[in-house]
Structures are given as C-alpha cells and as structure tokens.
Design a protein around this ligand. Sequence first.
Ligand code: ADP
Length: 439
Amino acid sequence: MTDYFVESVGSVPTLYVFRNIFEAKEISEQIQLFAGIYEEELNKSFIEFWSLNSDKILAERLWINETNREPIWFAESDVESYQNFCEQIYVEQYQIYIKIYYEYYKHLHKSLTEKFDDLPISCEEEIDASFVDDFEKLQLLGLPTAFGRGTVVKQTKSKRSYPKVYSGYFSDEDNDCATVMDPVKINDLKDDDVKNSGTSSVHDIEVKVIGKKKKNRKLKGVPDFVLENKEILKYWRKRFSLFSRYDDGIRLDCESWFSVTPEKIATHLADRLSCDLIIDAFCGCGGNAIQFARTCNRVIAIDIDPIKISMAKHNAKIYGVDHKIDFIIGDFLQLSRCGRFHSDIIFLSPPWGGPKYKRKDHYDIENYLQPCSASSLMETAKSISENVVFYLPRNTTISQVIKLADKGNRCEVEHNYLDSRLVAITALYGESILKEKDI
Ligand code: ADP
C-alpha cells in the first residue's frame, strides 16, 4: 500500500470549500446541469476563493518562512519583487485549485451517479494543470490579477524569496508511523500507483511517497500520553491545525482527538453561520462552539458526556469566549422533547462511529450515524430551528443528504478540503442560510 504526502506551501493547511445547492428532486438532472458548465464553474469558484482568501494566503506566506521561521521582507520601493511574489502564489494556488476542484467534482459525480467512468471529457482535460505555467496565461483566462500591497515592509531580501513547503498528512491510514522519502512528481507516477494508493487526492506541486513503517522513527518531544496511545500520534502532529492555541493548555480526550473539527473549518462555518443564537447539539470538546461564540451573540453547547463539557468549558476559556456559551450536560434527543429550545440555527455534528467510518465506501447516514438516523435527527432539529446544519463524514452518500431536504426544498452541500484532503461534508438546510452563487 502506497500513501502519498501531498504538500502545500504555508504553515497551516489551506482551506478549500466547494459548494452546490440541490433541490430534493430528480438527482440525475442536477449532475447534468453541473457537468454542462464545468469550466465556467471552476473559474467562478476560483475567483470567489481568491477574492475571499488571497489576503490571508499572502499574509501567511509573507510572515512565516518555513526555512528559518522568519518573515519575508520586501523593501517599500521594491514593488516589482512583491508583485512577482504575489504572482507566484497566485499561479500556484490556481494550479492546486484545478486539481482539488477536479477531485471535488469526481466525488460529487461518483456519489450522485455511482458511475465513475462517464466524467465529461472537458473535465478530464482540466486535470492537466501544467498549461497554467505562468501568470500571463492566467490573465488570458480572464482571472483577476490585481494584488494588494503588504502592510509592513522594511528590508530587502536577496532576489525573490519563497517560503519552504509545508508538509500536510493526507493518508487515509490510521497508522502514522511512516517514512518520508524523496519527493516525486505526480506525473512520474504510473496510473496504477495512484489507483492502488487508495487516494486520488494528489496534485503535482509536490508529492512525496511514504514508504513502509520505519522501526526507529524519532519520537523526540512527543508527550507520554501520545506515546501510550500511538493512535493519537497522527492527530497530535496536526494539533495546531485542530486548535491554533493548543500550547495554551487545550484539553482533549482520546475520542476528541479523532472527532474534533479542525479549526480552519470551524472558523469558516462560524463565519458562515453568524446569527443571534446557535445550538451546537453534540459539542464534544468545543471545537465548533468556541468559533460560534466569536460570530454569534449566544451559543448553547450540549453534550451527553460531563467530561466533554468540562473540557469544552476549559478550552473556551483559553479562547476567551466561555462567557458567551451556555454549556448543558444532557441527551440532545431528550432535551429537545421538552420543547423549550428554539434557535436561529442548530448545528449537528453527531457521532460518526469513530475512525472506522473511513473504511466504508459509502457512509449511510440513515444507518451509521448515532444516536439515531439522519432523518430522525432532522425531525428533532426542525422542532428547534428552521435552519439545520449537519457536519458529516467525507464519504457520506450525497443523495441521502439531498433527500433530507424533503421534496420541493433545497439544501446546500459544502465539501470542506484542507489542502487536497477532503475532511468533511457540511449540509445546510433552510432558505435563509443557503448561499447562492452570485459571483
Ligand atoms: P465521532 O464518532 O465523530 O468520533 P464522538 O463519539 O466524539 O463522534 O461524538 C460526538 C459527541 O457527541 C461526543 O462528545 C459525545 O459525547 C456526544 N454525544 C453522543 N450522543 C449524544 C447525545 N445523545 N446527546 C448529546 N451529545 C451526545
């Protein structure tokens, strides 16, 4: 079994969100619609992505130089170097975007039609990103080419300088004891290698093949509780992507390491779902509730497990938002029956059944979710709010997600990628929280 290390540039993984609105009706019609305008959708989507994220991405690259952990500087007068730097990042992002968008499209297509061999030809062509090898060509594609100026600029670095590549882990395997070998270009890999890898989430910016277990991997600096439970090691290595303030004393139990929403996704969802009152019905150790507290006036965070609630409270304190959250220990299903809860939005991140969920080809939300089926959860949630959001496994059967909207109604399906790894699917129900594609 070959695993891949797909790398991106920057200190933290980049979040890519792709979304589509569906009506709960004949599914084949919808995929046809989307297929007809693939290229247009791709470019529209990239323009939206770049307009929302370019400042953040450029700032990350400017401020964190992975080689020596120092910022990159450009002199005030050296406009050209700065412009070149921005162009380089822009082209690189577009190349990555094409690959991930294609993965997204394939995922949607496969999940909705359950056929893998009838992707439109124009779409297959898109996977060759090498044609976008310079900035001028992007200009010809009509994509935006204007960049803002960085804020603090003091001294010149010799010529152009780019930060080193950051390595993100993208294996589906639970075992993280692997060796990183020489980088290879994806183009050098045979098709079979890719197929056998169990993951097709690769792009040709930088790919490293991970070999078999190395016996004496350095475990220097790894805390005892991780050494005692090696399953956590993979998650511990990504600790700052789960909680950027991990080092301030974040508390997580074993279950939470596997199930907490990575901070970039939680932040994105909180920005999207900003409202007066939101309920987080399965709050766990607080990853989502903490971010909701930033953007909503009030948060009700429910969990059946008192230990989870005490960790969530502690973690919320670290982020300075505990005063905005009402923590409730209790069974969400029982609490909802009392009829006293009403909110603008209800957010459901129910148990997926532990890390084993990944092994299923199609995750059946009617049978595998706990404590009850998605339809029952939806019915319960609807008695509390007309706006319902589900945070679901990446292998969720999309047709079931659409069905949950009920005939005549619509839902939005978001694919949440961190770098090239599809982490989860977010499904949104309720007209007032759907986001039309209007760019
Ligand atoms: P996963 O299977 O995704 O790892 P978890 O097992 O961590 O998910 O479950 C998410 C959270 O939901 C946990 O903190 C768990 O205590 C909580 N939970 C489970 N059942 C209920 C329930 N009926 N009401 C409220 N919270 C619940």
